[in-house]
Each structure stands twice: as structure tokens, then as C-alpha cells.
Design a protein around this ligand. Structure first.
Ligand code: ZN
Length: 547
């Protein structure tokens, strides 16, 4: 027998079954603990070339020096780090001061995997977002009254008014079903937000968002509506509402009791304030059908009440707010503000810049404090389109805004709470090497095709298998694109929210209460207690040492 034919036969006879056995071993051992997982690697690796297992090498986020790598291999490094953390914890003292100021940061759709992936995006697994150093952390259960998975509307109602509601409704109890105007207009079904409680005590209030200021999250502060999509009168009539009965959200912001008293309103959504025939500063037309110019109405109210005010529409104006301004309306885009990666940094401010400007207006000497809502609103929208790059970048921007707020406020008298309204379906898969770019590959499927670190359970990133039934695998040049829509298991026009709990982080007065697993609607009650604005919970005003 020819020697070549002999070896070929040997391969077919033995190697192929061994390879199958190894594939099986890999699949079974993936559920076992670390030690057993090594087995197939030990016995089977000779069958595979490295590129089979990691077909496309991942970029490293921050290559470590030889010295750093050696340090992490020692006991001392990890033990010292742990002891330092314990020492920090032992130094922590509970803060029983009354919260003069409260800043509530809401990362829309900021799920736990989003936070973990953003750490890697920001430079490595060991990085922390600004709020991850806060002393107290809890979990929030986000379901709403009629749905297992929340949307931003019922969720905003829960964390801003303290009462859970139905999907798609804002600032009303669950006695109001979607699109029911009659029920929404009944006073007993309407809920006061935490901002309203601050206003009743003569304290300042404001909101900052990267979405339209009439979008679900900010609307939770000032609106009562049976449909979150009724942002303008035109929306009401096109979405089966009665314009004579169902007041639109923009109108409520300018004419409603709570909206009218907001000292700061910063975000996008200018079109909802202008009639169709009016062209705004950037050349876009308004969308209102009732002919009302709500920006002019807002100004008229300030003048009638002798209030100092400013209406602004670009970054320059925001960075040069006059000192004595008590009321600030800033509308920086016709619709939502642009994603940070796509914004014109000359004309559109960052979330961090808006947050700082808002605090300057709210934090007046001799005032009795303020409540500010800051929303990183486009994390959610990026996830809906499975644009993972943008979702993580928006989360990093959100973190910068929190960092700035921490720097310019005082922990003794300012409670800062950071949370999300609901999760998303993006998952973070193993086992990429330490330091790998999170926009990379995690490993091989049993079909011997690579899979990415980030994937979505559903969404527009779904691609069917090819004609041979081969699973879709993105190429490295695809996943480097910021606009790349990450793979999804089930096809959907827009990816859905996730039902998993979201995290709550707190620092400042009474932050030690924001721990454990809580219903989402508990959050504003805790804030009320900390700031002593509640009518339900008794609290004693404590003098703060801070000015
Ligand atoms: Zn959403």
C-alpha cells in the first residue's frame, strides 16, 4: 500500500471521530467548573489551529505592561486591593442630614451588561464608571402593573411618583388604561411627582435630557397622560386621541402647574413647541397644528410674573448663561439631541455641560435646595437599533455627567441617586481574553464558527443563515463600524427592553437606605424621606454642616 494512502486512511479512520468526540467534550465541559473545562483543551487542542478557536484576534483595549501583568499574578496585589476597599468601607459613616439637594440620574435602558461592557469600552475590565464608587447599591424591580417588562413611561411613573402604572402611561395610576382620556383627566387618577413635592416647599426643580423634553422620562416629572406618544397636539390627533380632551405633553410642560414651575428645562424637542408654519433657528419647521408657539408662551409667562429667564438653543449660549437666571429653557435640537458620537461639538452641548449649567441655575445662595432629573436618554435608543457602540458611548457620556455633578456638589447635603428605568436584551458572552476590545469575538460555537462578545436576544441585527445553512458571522471590518447593528437571535424592527432588575447607586444624605432588592416605586419615597418633602413619611429636618 502506498504510504500516503495509508496515512490518509488513518486520518479518516481515527482523527475524524476524535474530533467529533472533542467537539462533544467542548460542549459538555462548557457547563462544568474551571478545572474540568481544561480537559478538552489539554487533550484536543492539537486538532485545532489557534485561528479555529479565535479566528479573528481581538484588539486590546489597553495593553498592560510586563510589570502590571506580573503584579496581577501575585497574591499581594489582590489582597492589598481588597484590604484597601475594606478600609474605605470602614471609614464610611451614615449620613443622616436632610438632603438639601437631590440629583436623580436616569440611564434609560442602562442594564447591568451595558454597565459592565462600558467599563471595557472605557479602558478595561477593572475601570469604574463614576457612580460605581458610590457607597450604597441596590436592585430595582421594574415590571409595571399590566406588563412583565417596563417601558420608559410606566417606569418613570414608578420612580418619579412612587406608584406603579400601566405600560405607555405617565403620571397616572393603573386605573387609567392606555389612551383613556376621560380616566387620565380625573384628578384622583393623577399622580404628583417628586418635583412637585419640592416645588410645594418652594425648592427649585429642573430636568435635563438628551431626548425630546416631552419624551417619556422627563414627562414623568410634570405630565399626566394616557399615552406617552401624545407629545404634541398633532400626535394626539394622529394617534386616535381627542385634541379637545387630551392635553398634549408639550402643552402640559408650558401650561401645567408642575411644568410651569420648573426652573430648568434642557434637551431636544423644539419642534413640539412650534406651529407647523414656523421655521426654527436651525431651519426645521414646527409640528403643532393648534398654531401655538409654546416657546413664546413660556417667555410670556416669565414676563408676566417678573421672573428672570433665558431661552437658548445652542451650546455657546449654554456655556454663557447670565448669572441671575432663575428660569432656563434650552431646546438644542428639533427632535432628540444627536448621539454624542454624531453631535456637532461646536453647536450641541454634551450631557455633562447641560448638567453643570442646570446645577448652576438651581444652586442659588440662600435657596432651600433643589431637585434635578438628568437623563442619559439615548442609551436606550441605541440598544433598540442594536447599535452597541453608540449605547456604550452614551453610557460613558452619562458617567461623565455624574462625575461632574459629584465634583461641583457637596456629599454632606446633596443626595445623588443613579439608576435605570429598565434593562435591554444585550448580553455579554465569554470567554474573550482579558483586555479584549468588547466589540470583538468571544469564542467558537459548536458549529465551528465564531460568536461575538455582544449579542442581542432580538432586534434588527438579525441575519438569516446563508443558503448552505451556515450561521451568520460578522466580519471584523463590520464590527468596527459605529453604525454596525449587532447580531440578534430573533428578527424585530426594534430590539425590545429586558425584564431583568436594574441597579440603583446612591451617595449623600440617607443613601444607606438605597440597598437591597426593592420595588422601583420605592425610590421616590426614599428620596422624599431624605429630602424631607414627604407628606406620607414623617421626617425631622436636620441641620446640615455644609453651606
Ligand atoms: Zn426603549
Amino acid at each position: 500500500m502506498n504510504i500516503h494512502i495509508f496515512f490518509f486512511s488513518l486520518t479518516v479512520l481515527f482523527i475524524s471521530p476524535i474530533k467529533n468526540l472533542c467537539n462533544l467534550l467542548y460542549a459538555v465541559s462548557s457547563n462544568l467548573d474551571v478545572l474540568w473545562k481544561q480537559l478538552p483543551t489539554l487533550f484536543c487542542n492539537f486538532l485545532y489551529k489557534d485561528e479555529d478557536v479565535r479566528p479573528f484576534p481581538n484588539k486590546l483595549m489597553r495593553p498592560k505592561s510586563e510589570e502590571e501583568l506580573l503584579m496581577e499574578r501575585t497574591k499581594g496585589y489582590w489582597r492589598n486591593a481588597a484590604l484597601n476597599t475594606i478600609a474605605d468601607k470602614l471609614r464610611q459613616r451614615m449620613n443622616f442630614n436632610t438632603a438639601k439637594n437631590v440629583i436623580f440620574f436616569l440611564g434609560d435602558g442602562m442594564s447591568v451588561p451595558t454597565i459592565t461592557a462600558t467599563r471595557v469600552y472605557m479602558g478595561g475590565e477593572e475601570k469604574s464608571l463614576a457612580f460605581e464608587t458610590f457607597p450604597y447599591t441596590g436592585l430595582s424591580k421594574t415590571y409595571c402593573v399590566d406588563h412583565q417588562t417596563a417601558d420608559s413611561a410606566c417606569s418613570a411613573t414608578a420612580y418619579l411618583t412612587g406608584v406603579k402604572a400601566n405600560l405607555g402611561t405617565i403620571g397616572v395610576t393603573a386605573a387609567v388604561n392606555l389612551k383613556n382620556c376621560t380616566a387620565m383627566n380625573q384628578r384622583e387618577n393623577q399622580l404628583d411627582s417628586i418635583a412637585k413635592l419640592f416645588q410645594l416647599q418652594g425648592r427649585r426643580t429642573g430636568l435635563v435630557t438628551t431626548t425630546r423634553v416631552t419624551h417619556a422620562t422627563p414627562a414623568g416629572l410634570y405630565a399626566h397622560t394616557a399615552d406617552r406618544h401624545w407629545e404634541t397636539d398633532t400626535d394626539v390627533s394622529t394617534l386616535n386621541g381627542d385634541v379637545t380632551d387630551c392635553e398634549d405633553i408639550a402643552h402640559q410642560l408650558v401650561f401645567g402647574k408642575t411644568g410651569q414651575q420648573l426652573n430648568v428645562i434642557l434637551g431636544g424637542g423644539r419642534r413640539g413647541f412650534l406651529p407647523r408654519e414656523v421655521i426654527d433657528e436651525q431651519g426645521n419647521s414646527g409640528v403643532r397644528s393648534d398654531g401655538l408657539n409654546l416657546i413664546e408662551e413660556w417667555i410670556k409667562f416669565r414676563e408676566n410674573h417678573n421672573q428672570s429667564y433665558q431661552y437658548i438653543w445652542n451650546r455657546d449660549q449654554l456655556l454663557n448663561i447670565q448669572n441671575g437666571t432663575d428660569y432656563l429653557l434650552g431646546l438644542f435640537q428639533s427632535s432628540h439631541m444627536n448621539y454624542n458620537k454624531e453631535r456637532n461639538t461646536e453647536t450641541q452641548p454634551s450631557l455633562e455641560e447641560m448638567t453643570e449649567a442646570a446645577i448652576k441655575v438651581l444652586d442659588k445662595q440662600n435657596s432651600s435646595g433643589y431637585f434635578l432629573l438628568v437623563e442619559g436618554g439615548r442609551i436606550d435608543m441605541a440598544h433598540h437599533y442594536t447599535w452597541a457602540h453608540k449605547a456604550l458611548d452614551e453610557t460613558a457620556e452619562f458617567s461623565k455627567a455624574i462625575q461632574r455633578a459629584v465634583e461641583i456638589t457637596n456629599e454632606e447635603n446633596t443626595l445623588i441617586v443613579v439608576t435605570a428605568d429598565h434593562a435591554h436584551t444585550m448580553s455579554f458572552s465569554g470567554y474573550a481574553a482579558r483586555g479584549s476590545d468588547v466589540f470583538g469575538y468571544a469564542g467558537m460555537g459548536t458549529d465551528k464558527l465564531p460568536y461575538t462578545i455582544l449579542t442581542y436576544a432580538n432586534g434588527p441585527g438579525y441575519r438569516p443563515p446563508n443558503d448552505e445553512g451556515r450561521r451568520y458571522v460578522p466580519l471584523p471590518e463590520d464590527i468596527n463600524e459605529i453604525q454596525y447593528q449587532w447580531p440578534s437571535v430573533a428578527p424585530m424592527e426594534k430590539e425590545s427592553h429586558g425584564a431583568d432588575d436594574v441597579t440603583v447607586y446612591a451617595q449623600g444624605p440617607w443613601s444607606h437606605l438605597f440597598t437591597g432588592v426593592m420595588e422601583q416605586n420605592v425610590i421616590p419615597h426614599l428620596i422624599s424621606l431624605a429630602a424631607c418633602v414627604s407628606t406620607d413619611i414623617e421626617c425631622e429636618e436636620t441641620d446640615t454642616k455644609a453651606p
